[in-house]
Design a protein around this ligand. Sequence first.
Ligand code: NAD
Length: 275
Amino acid sequence: MAKQSTKQAPLGLVVVGAAGRMGRTLIRVIHEMPGAKLAAAVERKGAAEIGKDAGELAGVGANGVLVTDDAAKAFAAGDAVLDFTVPEATVAFAALAARAKIAHVIGTTGLSAAEDAEIAAAAKKAVIVKSGNMSLGVNLLAVLVRQAAKALDADFDIEVVEMHHRHKVDAPSGTALLLGRAAAEGRAVDLSEASVRVRDGITGARRRGDIGFATLRGGSVVGEHSVLLAGEGEVIELAHRATDRAIFARGAVKAALWTRGRKPGLYSMADVLGL
Ligand code: NAD
């Protein structure tokens, strides 16, 4: 009797924002990762890359998948969507993915509270994984930050410092906010009440328990984050440096593979990585 194969068909991934920095990296990573294949590549209406070969765009050679602006048709051909675009597009894609009954992996950052609420509503009917950072390293760092913030009381001032390339449009970064949230959880406080995102002019002395953010922008920096815990006479620094966008892309593909057979809900990368 023939041995029954337990091998699953590769997961068909739809990359939206296919021509972007992360979109191209995703196409490259999907090309290299077993268990996944590129089902479709989507860009915004009017983008110069519509009709071009997605593989060529990403530098891995022609793969026959042509970039399209018809998201609904693309979603019908896939099992999961990988989305690193802009907040407005991500909200629309969440509704579309729920309708197509496929999983939605969201890496887009800078969503407003109202946009986040729309994502949460879509997750009642669909599997959504959303994280401001899809890398293993940063999600592990968040665990360490939570621990450190819990172990040290408010005698230690917490500051999150980040630097990104000159093209980044939102601040603080999604990762800085993720790390700030981890610190707030460790301290059992609400980040929205404790966070200080900007300082300018005569600000007065630092308020005990505040979680501060500082943003640097320049050059081609992929992403650098430090969480400082500054006490009297000593400073602890927990840091992560990304040197290759592929770490986010690999995490996103891993998240998509993880969604197979999951119940609808809003999941994080910590869920995917079991942290
Ligand atoms: P980018 O500007 O290079 O790419 C975004 C792409 O989305 C562009 O090609 C744009 O044309 C496309 N787009 C915009 N609207 C669209 C629409 N309606 N339909 C289809 N495509 C559309 O930006 P990037 O550096 O690739 O980053 C994208 C997002 O991902 C940002 O929010 C960034 O902060 C975030 N990001 C997250 C992580 C993470 O791990 N979560 C890592 C890196 C970047």
